[in-house]
Ligand binder design. Structure first.
Ligand SMILES: [Fe+2]
Ligand SMILES: [Fe+2]
Ligand SMILES: [Fe+2]
Length: 432
């Protein structure tokens, strides 16, 4: 049933700007703690402005930009995040190590791994050129400097008034914490009021886009799929309980879509929506996700914001509108009882209906802290009941049932593979 020409056609007619994707991932990561604001994007802006004043070569500039916008990707727990707000950072190496591991798993981002691994190494009068016997990339010292400037600038309501104090604090640490080469360039950059005002601009994304070295690089559907799978790893690696959920939903939804004769491009996009559907969960404290018991009313209310946030993030990516819509509607129900939009059957597309069924199906087959996973037959009973109540689409469920063998083979294989990858990942992450 698989036609390679169809797949090639589907891939070649679809393109997404790399900048849009990178920016969306950075936004998603900054959601982890509202106190951080747009920490990564602002750090990236600061590093890029200093780099421009130094006339770095294109390759170094791209490394600085790409690594800075993701530099805290490894801080996936709330505690890690809060520690980042401390100027005298303590034990920052765990998140740098974890970040490098995550980035090294994505072929497009592996070039940033070494910079992220070392972004908290102090210059220490030249001793910081090496760390644990490894050469620290020079550009790591620029990201470190930009990161610390951002931490000092955070929360300042009169940034131009605060600027001289920040410059003084940074200059005091030139040669000790920071590489003098970059401090000198910063001092020149800091003379421009626009440098400071850009940091707090409401048009931060647009300013970043103007500075981005890859604003005209496009991703095709295959690269997008890899990118989405990478997002899924970041989302799933936050919890041992939901560790392979996004992958399970992605494969289940794609298999159903293929049996419902959706186009090749739609099938790939629905898999992407599965990888990304819980992206907004990055804003939910990890202790809620890891909780052994059920959540209280206030906590549940917070959890219910996640699918809205998924659309908020993905909606900013041009060309991915349908993926964003399908992903965001995975908790909607045909009778209007779902969330966050309370859409009804007439407003829910086939993609959204498939996502809703794939999410419930996958969740019920998985172990949770408060119950073991159900057998496929028991899950189907639950789904039929939900269809009878007018919540889930009976045709989607019938397709799932008619092709249960296919769905289960694909889902179990994908989740086992992801599970093994995550075990290896956690082993590496804990041996720093
Ligand atoms: Fe950091
Ligand atoms: Fe940071
Ligand atoms: Fe969800």
């Amino acid at each position: 049933m698989y036609n390679h020409q169809v797949r090639i056609d589907a891939l070649s007619t679809f393109r997404i700007h790399l900048f849009d994707m990178v920016c969306a991932l950075s936004t998603a990561l900054d959601l982890l703690d509202p106190a951080l604001g747009s920490h990564q994007k602002r750090t990236c802006l600061i590093a890029a402005q200093i780099a421009r004043n130094m006339a770095l070569n294109d390759s170094d500039y791209q490394d600085v930009f790409g690594a800075a916008i993701f530099h805290d990707i490894g801080a996936i727990g709330l505690q890690d995040r809060l520690a980042l707000l401390d100027f005298e950072e303590h034990d920052a190496h765990a998140h740098a190590h974890m970040g490098a591991l995550l980035l090294s798993r994505f072929p497009g981002f592996d070039r940033y791994a070494a910079l992220v691994r070392h972004h908290h190494i102090q210059w220490n009068y030249g001793a910081g050129a090496l760390f644990e016997g490894e050469t620290v990339p020079l550009m790591s010292h620029l990201i470190y400097l930009a990161d610390r400037i951002e931490v000092l600038a955070q929360g300042q309501d009169n940034i131009l008034g605060a600027a001289p104090g920040i410059v003084e604090q940074i200059c005091d640490a030139s040669g000790s914490k920071f590489h003098p080469l970059f401090v000198d360039a910063f001092c020149k950059t800091a003379q421009q009021e626009s440098f400071w005002l850009d940091i707090f601009s409401r048009n931060l994304d647009r300013i970043l886009m103007d500075l981005a070295p890859f604003d005209n690089i496009d991703l095709d559907l295959d690269q997008m799929l890899q990118f989405a799978q990478f997002f899924a790893l970041v989302i799933d690696s936050r919890s041992h309980f939901t560790a392979t959920h996004s992958v399970g939903v992605a494969i289940t939804a794609e298999t159903i879509a293929r049996h419902m004769q959706m186009s090749e491009q739609e099938c790939i996009k629905i898999r992407m929506a599965g990888y990304l559907h819980d992206l907004g969960k990055l804003a939910i404290p990890s202790e809620y996700i890891e909780r052994q018991g059920t959540l209280g009313e206030q906590e549940m209310a917070r959890v219910r914001s996640h699918s809205y946030l998924t659309l908020d993030i993905l909606g900013a990516i041009k060309g991915l509108e349908d993926v964003a819509e399908w992903a965001a509607c995975h908790h909607e129900r045909l009778d209007g009882s779902g969330y966050p939009y309370h859409r009804t059957g007439a407003e829910l597309t086939l993609g959204s209906r498939i996502m809703a069924v794939a999410d419930v199906y996958t969740a019920l087959t998985e172990d949770r802290p408060y119950r073991p996973g159900l057998s496929p037959a028991a899950v189907l009973d639950n789904l039929h009941e939900l269809a009878q109540q007018g919540k889930l689409d009976p045709q989607v469920i019938a397709t799932l049932q008619a092709n249960l063998g296919d769905v289960e083979t694909a889902r179990v294989r994908a989740q086992n593979q992801e599970g093994m990858d995550l075990i290896e990942f956690w082993q590496l992450a804990t041996q720093s």
